[in-house]
Write a protein that binds this ligand. Structure first.
Ligand code: SAH
Length: 268
């Protein structure tokens, strides 16, 4: 069954209104007709099987047949802060991070970021990254679309880090700490993050752990940045003895966190 993420305002109590590219896809590509079914999600926890009722003027109206439980989202929000990598590697980080279960991507520039960020092009690139997150979330059958922030400066990122329950910067130099013990203490040693309950935005949701993992550019972090990050309350963590490419590091950190949180399949 085809799956679509639509804006929350497209949802009402008993029907949905699908517009834009998604309506175009249903009408032109899927040649949908009244009575056909699809799965529609608002990207923040509401998801339903809907039955097409009408297809007029480039819009599709469909009745909710059954609400689906949001059960594919991890019980912990992992935010990936990625220093802008060269080429289109950011797209890879967003696509793979979404498939694995990241909740948020925060692109940032740091001392050794090679990519010269052109604010004029920012809008286009941000739109493309958000489209990649949406498409990867649809393919992964996720209930939420991870958010993609605009590009932050190093200072802005360190301020953002204070909003997370724990912030770890991936540091391949010596004196970085073992990620597993840090994750376990952040998870409160339960080994399993509390599962979210019910609709998005419920009080349990607000209790969801928010863990930030920060990855440097191809040239790594400067000594000064490592000091500043620690002063801002971020802990240096190791991702093992091998040196990972920048686009690999976040995937490893994300997977370790979700693994320790019991989010990688099977029931305890
Ligand atoms: N300075 C490295 C390259 C940086 S790799 C070199 O000597 O070649 C890019 C980023 O990936 C780093 O800034 C760091 O955030 C992360 N990273 C790579 N390998 C890592 C490891 N083994 N432990 C922790 N972080 C790592």
């Amino acid at each position: 069954m085809q799956r679509y993420f639509i804006q929350p305002e497209g949802f009402s109590a008993d029907h949905v209104t699908i517009t834009g590219d998604d309506a175009h896809h249903l009408i032109r590509v899927m040649r949908a007709k009244a009575g056909d079914r699809a799965i529609v999600s608002d990207g923040c926890g509401r998801e339903a099987v809907v039955v097409v009722r009408s297809l007029e003027g480039g819009e599709v109206t469909a009745d909710v047949e059954a609400w689906l439980p949001p059960d594919r989202e991890p019980g912990v929000d992992v935010w990936i802060a990625q220093s802008l990598p060269k080429g289109d590697k950011m797209e890879l980080v967003i696509q793979k991070g979404t498939e694995i279960g990241a909740a948020r991507f925060i692109p940032f520039s740091s001392a050794r970021t090679v990519v010269q960020w052109d604010a004029k092009k920012e809008g286009k690139r941000l739109e493309r990254w958000q489209k990649i997150a949406k498409e990867a979330a649809e393919q992964a059958h996720r209930n939420r679309i991870p958010s993609v922030d605009s590009v932050q400066s190093w200072k802005q990122l360190l301020k953002l880090a204070a909003e997370a329950d724990a912030a770890w910067f991936c540091y391949e130099k010596q004196d970085a700490q073992e990620l597993r013990s840090l994750i376990r203490s952040a998870l409160g040693k339960t080994g399993r993050a509390d599962r979210p309950s019910g609709e998005a935005g419920s009080s349990r949701d607000r209790e969801r752990l928010q863990l930030l993992i920060i990855v440097g550019p191809e040239g790594g972090f400067s000594e000064r940045e490592a000091e500043e990050a620690e002063q801002a309350g971020c802990r240096p963590v190791s991702l093992g003895k091998r040196i990972l490419r920048t686009e690999t590091a976040a995937m490893v950190g994300l997977t370790c966190i979700l693994y320790e949180a019991g989010e990688m399949g099977g029931e305890e």
